[in-house]
Design a protein around this ligand. Structure first.
Ligand code: COA
Length: 151
């Protein structure tokens, strides 16, 4: 299993993975165009030349980044792939000089295991909620905001 920065050739596999879970209402759907436009934000997990997981780090503000679009192929879940993807995003954030990272998720227990802690929504800048408008769950979404401060 290799964790590496995404390449443009990975975009369709990322799109398939993310939208598979979006259809199950486990995460937000993303158009292929958005994945192309933001391909530098993604890291992927590769197994036998196939993308089996993805995660993105999006810079929100001078001291804040978001871990988003995290998905692991069902066959590869519970093997530490999700954790490795999130940790790869933490490393990128650290290199950028950003120590505070948040996630909005339907899977808070996964993030709690990674030492994130729950926060109140109003701790996040308003611009963060821009994506909510196109979410099928808006305005009654059950996403939980969590944060971590990396060293
Ligand atoms: C959530 C998801 C990314 C986890 O990926 P994964 O590769 O299975 O996770 P890992 O194996 O790295 O798990 C790390 C730890 O979290 C735990 N964990 C994983 N998923 C969990 C869940 N849904 N609830 C509680 N704990 C969970 C694991 O047991 C493991 O604990 P351990 O270190 O004590 O063994 C994956 O289940 C997934 O892609 N789900 C569908 C899409 C989704 O919900 N994405 C998140 C939206 S923000």
């Amino acid at each position: 299993m290799k964790i590496r920065p995404a390449k443009i050739k990975d975009a369709k596999a990322i799109h398939t993975l993310v939208n598979y879970y979006a259809q199950k209402r486990e995460m937000l759907a993303r158009p292929l165009s958005e994945i192309y436009e933001n391909i530098q934000e993604f890291v992927v997990a590769e197994e036998k030349s196939r993308v089996v997981g993805c995660c993105a780090l999006h810079v929100s503000w001078e001291d804040l980044a978001e871990v988003k679009a995290l998905a692991v192929d069902e066959k590869y879940q519970k093997k530490g792939v999700g954790k490795k993807l999130v940790q790869a995003c933490h490393k990128i954030s650290g290199k950028l000089g950003i120590k505070k990272i948040f996630a909005l998720t339907f899977k808070p227990k996964f993030f709690l295991k990674l030492k994130y802690y729950k926060i109140s929504r109003n701790k996040l800048p308003h611009k963060v909620w821009g994506e909510c408008i196109r979410c099928p769950f808006f305005p009654d979404c059950g996403e939980v905001p969590l944060m971590i401060e990396i060293k």
